[in-house]
Design a protein around this ligand. Structure first.
Ligand code: GLY
Ligand code: MN
Length: 463
């Protein structure tokens, strides 16, 4: 946990930004896996973590913007629980640890909600993504279960996005800690990437390294020789020479700040000519993001600029044809990168995605595009100092998509489908770092993880 002053200041800012009403922030509960007492690992809700910082299930934080009072609600454990869990702090003690003066049990929360509704005051909450929290709100507020999702507070979302988008120095330090653990995950896995091994051995190694850094992985590890499938969570393949291995994995610190890193390496440690050629094109695009990203430019503009680097590269290989600007304007290059350049990252690996991407990655000025590929850009808005975003271009030869576009005759002026036939067995490449927007540019966070062809080959030498 940060010092309690951090949480006090964040809540005070939120209270000022909302101005009136009761803010109700739900923590998460334990989630049963195959029976009630055998749970998935506990993950606290990120909004709750940001404002209350406490790692315990079954809590609700409340800020009354009309009188400045703050509360933590939850039921204390009794001796029956303590026999199994060991001594645990009371809800009152937890509240004090983060500078909250008032606490109570869940009945007291119900009383406060009923009173607030009786006073016709607004209750602000974030629409829940878990059904148990949706049911809790339904009961607390006396509204139908399905209606709960309709009445989430846009004002609360906007105020949370405003604060959480700008990372403080202590948050950046946590993120860098997570990236340094990701260094161990990636460099170790690179050295294991030899023919004959299985993807699950490397994925398992990565999970262990994440745990050695005192947190879980930040999302299910992507470790695949079929990197053309963007989020491939299958780990059953045996590595073989000639395949690129896409390793997209990060971890969380004990405080749940995340890392999200992708490296793509040739099985066996030496790039062949085709692999090196495509890799250098993707790397040039990834480096162009680092060159361009700064306060004032939109990430949509950066996405478009790096798309031109990719398109130019594919044009030089005869995969695309015509004018580069026209290719990108038409979206023809998106056949080979059907996703966006990146997303915000912080307490969530896709930071704040539960608020709705439109409120996080876009604003009144920058609206999402409908164009295939660009439409999947999670963060398009103007960058500001303190944003942490991922820089993750890729190249994917997806046979089913190539065949579909070819059959439909899409972008025939720009795409050389005959040439593409030779690439359909290639797989994919993605390269991803996490960058901090600084005063007049950006900084790649964490200990540098081998990224150039030479760095990867020398890291993997003798693997
Ligand atoms: N690294 C996984 C993702 O960004 O979706
Ligand atoms: Mn990512």
């Amino acid at each position: 946990m940060f010092s309690k002053e951090t949480y006090i200041a964040r809540r005070a800012q939120l209270c000022r930004d909302l101005g009136s009403g009761l803010i109700l922030i739900q923590g998460n509960n334990e989630a049963p896996c195959n029976y009630v007492d055998n749970t998935y690992w506990f993950r606290q809700d990120s909004t709750f973590l940001y404002f209350f910082g406490i790692q315990r299930e079954g809590l609700v934080g409340v800020i009354d913007c009309d009188n400045g009072k703050e509360y933590l609600f939850g039921n204390d454990y009794d001796i029956e629980d303590v026999v199994w869990t060991g001594p645990l702090p009371t809800v009152c003690e937890l509240a004090k640890s983060v500078g909250v003066d008032n606490s109570g049990d869940m009945r007291a929360l119900q009383t406060l909600c009923t009173k607030t509704i009786g006073e016709a005051r607004k209750i602000h909450y974030i629409s829940p993504y878990r059904s148990d929290n949706q049911r809790q709100l339904s009961v607390l507020l006396g509204i139908k279960y399905d209606a709960v999702l309709r009445y989430g507070s846009l004002d609360l979302i906007k105020a949370c996005v405003k604060q959480r988008s700008i990372k403080s120095d202590e948050e950046v330090a946590e993120i860098e800690k997570a990236i340094d653990t990701a260094y161990n995950m990636h460099v170790g896995a690179m050295k294991m990437a030899v023919a004959g091994r299985y993807e699950y051995e490397l994925a398992g190694f990565m999970e262990g390294e994440a745990r050695k850094g005192n947190g879980p992985v930040s999302f299910p590890v992507i470790m695949t020789i079929h990197g053309e499938t963007l989020h491939n969570h299958n780990h059953s393949n045996q590595l073989s020479e000639g395949r690129m291995l896409v390793m997209d994995a990060g971890c969380e610190t004990a405080m749940n700040y995340c890392s999200d890193i992708t490296r793509s390496v040739p099985v066996g440690g030496r790039f062949n000519d085709r692999q090196r050629t495509i890799y250098e094109i993707v790397l040039a695009a990834q480096m162009e993001t680092i060159r361009l990203s700064r306060p004032g430019i939109t990430y949509q503009e950066v996405h478009t600029a790096i798309s031109k680097v990719l398109a130019e590269g594919y044009r030089s290989l005869g995969i695309l044809k015509g004018n580069t600007d026209d290719i990108v304007a038409a979206g023809a290059h998106s056949l080979l990168m059907p996703h966006g350049l990146g997303h915000m990252m912080g307490l969530d690996v896709h930071d704040m995605e539960n608020y709705g991407q439109i409120y996080v990655g876009y604003d009144e000025e920058t609206r999402p595009s409908n164009q295939f590929g660009l439409a999947s850009l999670r963060c398009g808005r103007r960058l500001e100092k303190g944003f942490v975003v991922t820089d993750e271009p890729g190249c994917y030869f997806i046979p089913a998509l190539i065949d579909k576009w070819n059959a439909e005759g899409l972008h025939r002026d720009f795409i050389n489908y005959d040439e593409l036939e030779h690439w359909k067995d290639f797989g994919g490449i993605r390269i991803e770092d996490d960058i901090l927007i600084t005063d007049n540019g950006c900084r790649v966070l964490g200990k540098p993880i081998p990224k150039t062809v030479a760095e990867i080959e020398s890291t993997m030498a003798g693997c």
